[in-house]
Design a protein around this ligand. Structure first.
Ligand SMILES: Nc1ncnc2c1ncn2[C@@H]1O[C@H](COP(=O)(O)OP(=O)(O)OP(=O)(O)O)[C@@H](O)[C@H]1O
Length: 294
């Protein structure tokens, strides 16, 4: 279990990126969902000991992760948002190089480890190919292979599915789910479906604060009977916005589809919707925006 308490960070430019984050993250896949700028990468980098918080603590099964950074890094696998590789080096050679950096210096052991990891991420057949020739999905799977060197207890992946096509995304998420059977995996994403499809637990963060944490299913259930939809002309949108709590708007066949939060049908013409995690997500972000504007 990863326990985060009162974590805060203000950057030198005055941006208050983390505002007292409290989270309990058990074994398995944990989705950290939030829009761009919410503070996800700041949180991931802090857990990965790449930057210090101003305040707060992070413990893994009772061990203080911020106290001994080299020790923490041995427990940890990290796939950053911008994962650079040498394009002219083969997958196999690069992974061996990463293994050396992680302290796997015995040649035989390193060979075995490299083979096992490349097989696990399904890149064994292309191990001699240069990384520069890899597709986005292959590169991300390679990123996971390097994160798994040293059998980490905690794996952090920061927005890994952005830019992947649906098939590659599926393949990547399945791989993460397998890893999540054994260790804590934190998946940071702004893609709601990544969390719906994969994460038994999650948190939504916005403007450096935890807006909700728990099971996606429970969060969705809390909206049962409270989400309504209607298709309107785009020109009417401001009028509706002034009168109702709009969760989301989507263009559908040249018109605008509204999802509205209300305890009863807001007006004739609205029909009930079976809520989903997007409704939860937009609802929380909206409530935060409203509270901050007040
Ligand atoms: N090193 C830094 N110095 C100053 N401000 C920063 C720094 N890193 C991030 N920020 C700011 O902190 C806020 C949170 O950024 P962060 O990258 O943690 O968010 P995010 O949720 O990961 O979003 P994104 O998906 O866009 O990376 C943003 O306003 C960002 O501009």
């Amino acid at each position: 279990m990863l326990t985060i308490r009162h974590l805060s960070k203000t950057y030198a430019n005055g941006v208050h990126a983390l505002r007292g984050i409290d989270l309990d993250i058990p074994q398995g896949m944990f989705g950290l969902l939030g829009p761009n700028g919410a503070g996800k990468s700041s949180l991931m980098r802090t857990i990965a000991t790449l930057q210090d918080p101003d305040q707060g603590s992070i413990e893994l099964d009772g061990t203080d992760l911020l106290a001994d950074k080299p020790a923490t890094r041995r427990l940890l696998g990290y796939l950053p948002q911008e994962f650079g590789v040498y394009p002219k080096v083969s997958a196999e050679a690069m992974l061996e190089h990463f293994a050396v950096l992680k302290g796997v210096t015995a040649r035989g052991e390193r060979r075995e480890l490299t083979e096992a990891l490349l097989r696990q991420v399904n890149l064994w057949d292309v191990r001699k190919r240069k990384l520069g020739s890899f597709s986005g999905g292959m590169r991300q799977r390679f990123g996971i292979a390097q994160a798994l060197i040293g059998s980490p207890k905690l794996v952090i992946v920061d927005e890994p599915t952005a830019g992947l096509d649906p098939e590659e995304r599926n393949r990547f998420l399945n791989l993460l789910a397998e890893i999540g059977e054994k260790v804590v995996v934190i998946l940071s994403t702004h893609i709601v479906a990544d969390v719906t499809d994969l994460c038994p637990r999650m948190a939504i963060i916005g403007q450096g604060q935890v807006l909700l944490t728990g099971e996606p299913r429970e969060a969705i259930r809390s909206l049962d009977g409270r989400v309504w939809r209607r298709t309107i002309d785009k020109a009417e949108l401001d009028n509706y916005r002034a009168r109702m709590t709009i969760l989301s708007t989507r263009l559908a066949g040249g018109r605008t589809l509204l999802h509205v939060l209300a305890d009863a049908p807001p007006e004739p013409g609205f029909e009930p919707v079976v809520p989903d995690l997007e409704d939860v997500y937009f609802g929380r972000l909206r409530a935060q925006a409203t509270a901050r504007a007040a």
